[in-house]
Design a binder for this molecule. Structure first.
Ligand SMILES: Nc1ncnc2c1ncn2[C@@H]1O[C@H](COP(=O)(O)OP(=O)(O)OP(=O)(O)O)[C@@H](O)[C@H]1O
Ligand SMILES: [Mg+2]
Length: 355
C-alpha cells in the first residue's frame, strides 16, 4: 500500500485540448480520495494518467517512492474499475475473476484462494458459475470490483463505477465500496460528477474545473467554506444563495435589507458576494424580530424538508430550507432572516474566497 503524489500534471491532447492543467494532488496512504467535477473537467484523463493508460505531457506521478512516469500499466500495481463493467462475456464469474491472476502466472491454488476471498467480500459466492449475461447490472459491477480486488493492488482507481446502476442499488454499492475500502485500507481514488456520492464517500474531495483543482478538503470543509464561486455553486442541493453585499456599520448588508454577520478580515473597496446556505436562512411570520418583509414565490415539499423560493426585494430570489412542519402558502407575506453564523465571502472579480 502507498499514497499517490501527482505533481504539476499536464495533459494536452494532440488536437490542442488541455484536459489537465498543472494539477497537484497529494493522496494519503489508505485514503479514499474523491475527484469531483462537471463533465469534461479532466477527471478521467487524470485517472488514466495515474493508471498509465494515457501518457501525460508533463509532470510526475509517484506511488509510494516509485516514479510511475515510464512504467507500463501492468508494472504500476494499480487496479482500475470503469463506468462500464468490461467483463469477458464468454467467461463465468469464477474465470472473469481468475483471468488477471492467471495472466500474471500465479499458481492454481493461489488463484483459487484469491478468487474465493474476493467472491466472499463482494458476496458473489452463489454467482461464481454464471456468465455475465445472466447477471444483473449491479451483480456485474460487483464482479468488476471483485476482479480489481483479486489483484491486491497498491491502489484502486474508480471511474464513475456506479453510474449505470439505479438509485437504490447505487446507494447500496456506495456503502459496500466504503466498507470494503475501510476493511482493506487500500488507497482509492474515486471519480464522480455526483456531489452526493462525493460527500458520502470521500475522506477528502478534490473539486476540479476545466482541468484545474479548485479546492481540496474534507466533505465538511468544502461544504462550509467553498474556495471559489464555482465550488459554491457545485456543492449542495439547492446550492448556496449568492448575495451581493456591502460592508456598512460592521455588518454585511444585502439588497432587500437582509443583514449578515461579516467574517473578520474583509477587504475594502471590492465587490463582494456572500454565500448563504439555504438552511442558514429562515422564513418567519411577517414582522418577526430581525426579519425583512418577503413573499413566498414557490414551495417544494420533499417529505423531510420544504424548499421555499422567497422574494425579499433583492436582485434574485433566495432558496430557504425549512422543516416540513413549517408551512406557508404560495404568495404568502412572510419574513426572512439569517439564522446565524458567518457566511463565506467571495470577490466578485476573482471569484475566490476572501474571508
Ligand atoms: N482523446 C482525446 N482527444 C482530445 N480531447 C480529449 C480526448 N479525451 C478527452 N478529451 C477532452 O479532454 C477534456 C477532459 O476529458 P475527460 O474525459 O478527462 O473529462 P471527465 O472529467 O472525465 O468528463 P466526464 O464526467 O464527462 O467523464 C474534455 O474537454 C474532453 O473533450
Ligand atoms: Mg470521465
Amino acid at each position: 500500500m502507498a499514497g499517490i503524489e501527482v505533481s504539476a500534471l499536464h495533459k494536452r491532447y494532440p488536437d490542442g485540448t488541455v484536459a489537465v492543467d498543472r494539477v497537484d494532488l497529494s493522496i494519503g496512504d489508505g485514503e479514499l480520495f474523491v475527484m469531483l467535477g462537471p463533465s469534461g473537467c479532466g477527471k478521467t484523463t487524470t485517472l488514466r494518467a495515474i493508471a498509465g493508460l494515457e501518457r501525460q505531457t508533463s509532470g510526475d506521478i509517484h506511488i509510494g517512492d516509485t516514479l510511475l512516469n515510464d512504467l507500463e500499466p501492468a508494472e504500476r500495481d494499480i487496479a482500475m474499475v470503469f463506468q462500464f463493467y468490461a467483463l469477458y462475456p464468454h467467461l463465468r464469474t469464477r474465470d472473469n475473476l481468475a483471468f488477471p491472476l492467471r495472466a500474471e502466472g500465479l499458481p492454481a491454488a493461489e488463484v483459487r484462494e484469491r478468487v474465493d476471498e474476493a467472491a466472499r467480500m463482494m458476496k458473489l459466492e452463489k454467482l461464481l458459475d454464471r456468465r455475465p449475461n445472466r447477471l444483473s447490472g449491479g451483480e456485474q459491477q460487483r464482479v468488476a470490483l471483485a476482479r480489481a480486488l483479486v489483484r491486491r493492488p497498491r491502489a484502486f482507481l474508480m471511474d464513475e463505477p456506479l453510474t449505470n446502476l439505479d438509485a437504490e442499488l447505487r446507494a447500496d454499492m456506495r456503502t459496500e465500496i466504503k466498507h470494503l475500502q475501510a476493511e482493506l485500507g487500500t488507497t482509492m481514488v474515486y471519480v464522480t460528477h455526483d456531489q452526493v456520492e462525493a460527500m458520502s464517500l470521500g475522506h477528502r474531495i478534490a473539486i476540479l474545473n476545466q482541468g484545474r483543482v479548485e479546492q481540496v478538503g474534507t466533505p465538511l470543509e468544502v461544504y462550509q467554506r467553498p474556495a471559489s464561486l464555482f465550488c459554491a455553486g457545485f456543492i449542495g442541493s439547492p446550492p448556496m444563495n449568492l448575495l451581493e453585499v456591502e460592508v456598512a456599520d460592521g455588518a454585511l448588508r444585502a439588497p432587500g435589507g437582509l443583514t449578515l454577520t461579516p467574517p473578520p478580515g474583509l477587504p475594502r473597496d471590492r465587490q463582494l458576494v456572500a454565500g448563504v446556505r439555504p438552511e442558514a436562512l429562515e422564513v418567519t411570520q411577517p414582522g418577526a424580530e430581525g426579519a425583512v418583509p418577503a413573499r413566498i414565490v414557490s414551495a417544494e415539499a420533499l417529505g423531510d424538508e420544504i424548499i421555499y423560493v422567497v422574494d425579499h426585494g433583492g436582485e434574485r430570489d433566495v432558496r430557504v430550507r425549512m422543516p416540513p412542519t413549517v408551512r406557508f402558502g404560495e404568495d404568502a407575506p412572510v419574513g426572512l432572516r439569517h439564522a446565524g453564523g458567518t457566511p463565506p465571502v467571495y470577490d466578485t472579480t476573482t471569484e475566490e474566497l476572501v474571508a
